[in-house]
Design a protein around this ligand. Sequence first.
Ligand code: UGA
Length: 430
Amino acid sequence: ARTVAARIVVVGTGYVGLTTGACLASLGHHVTCVDVDAAKVARLAAGRVDIMEPGLAELVGRGLTKGNLAFVGGARDAVRDAAAVFLCVPTPMGAGGAADLRAVEVVVAEIGDALPSGCALVTKSTVPVGTARRIGELLGRDDVPVVSNPEFLREGTAVEDFLGPERIVVGSDTPGAAERVADLYRALGAPSVVTDAASAELVKYAANCFLAMKLSYVNAIAELCERLGADIDAVTEGMGHDRRIGRSFLKPGPGWGGSCLPKDTSALLRIAESVRYDFGLLAAAVDENIAQRDRIIARIAGAAGGDLAGARIGLLGLAFKAGTDDLRDSPALSVASVLCAHGAEITAYDPAVAGDLPGMTVADNAYRVAKGADVVVVLTEWPEFRRLDWHYLAALMRGDAVVDTRNLLEPGVVLDAGLSWQGIGRPRRA
Ligand code: UGA
């Protein structure tokens, strides 16, 4: 399938915006990326990408060299001859858990009357159901269709996910507009779901919240495994063969985090509330995520001999998952802050994080966290932690407990070094 090259403007150069811009350019479109941060625009225009995302810097470099990718500061000028404008500005969690749409509104007010007739105004940021309609009202133009085109990329594999999507979802209440936006992706050969705006907006929340519920469910089953003497690895493997359940997203952990799942679960709860639906199922998944964190903390306290005050805890991993340097809503930080509040002394190491953080010392290598530690805790599943010299770590530690919240390590290797190992949903080994 061939793509007809279109002029596209992407507003916002965060994870989603920059990936969208660079990837659309790689498909042959002419893309202009806009950001209000002038220093960031200058860096990007010079080919410097601050985000840790495999393949992204290469794509940006290629687009700049080919000349079909540009970075500019002013949105009004950029949109004048655009066929589509993608809004990729942040929609953080605002007061009371609802998504804060101010950035979207500011951009719409700025570019509204500069958009050429027929240009599609596309929301890619995750926005509450009904936002397309609201943007349409703000815009007040019949000749500019508003389209919802949610993005499903994961941090750490953003380029791969964008260029190899399992589906493209596009929705609009203007006949023909969603199809035109879906056409921009035709070269990817992915199935597309073309629908109305509200349905497309809801797909994104429904999908992310489903993933969050799946993880909370797995964490709850892992807790049952411990109490019943079963092994979560065997249980999830046995479940995962059933194609209706699927094998992925079944790993227990310290709780789900990141810039999306926590924000989207809380936003969907608010959306449900706004139409007076008591979404108890989703609320329970959020509660379970907090309970999981608290169980991890209790486990660490136990491993430290019952009292956290004065305990030295070494943390391996701070990012919310491996492969990213993103600390937003990271369960590791949440665990660390509670440990710190109970008087623990914390040293942490993460291969992607440098510089100290509140309440802890951030070391520049993994062995430093073991020095004098009572407990070493794995919080992010960086593969390199598996390859550490556990004999050396054991020699550096004051205590002998390893808490592995990602079931990442080879327990036998840790035991061989004279340490105890405790994972999630698996029998403790000492
Ligand atoms: C998530 C979704 O997976 C993407 O599809 C979506 O596009 C994105 O949010 C978004 O809304 O932009 P992301 O936040 O990058 O992507 O991270 P995930 O890979 O989904 O991981 C989320 C959390 O679940 C992490 O804390 C991770 O450690 C945890 N997790 C994931 C587990 O504990 N176990 C698993 O098996 C998988």
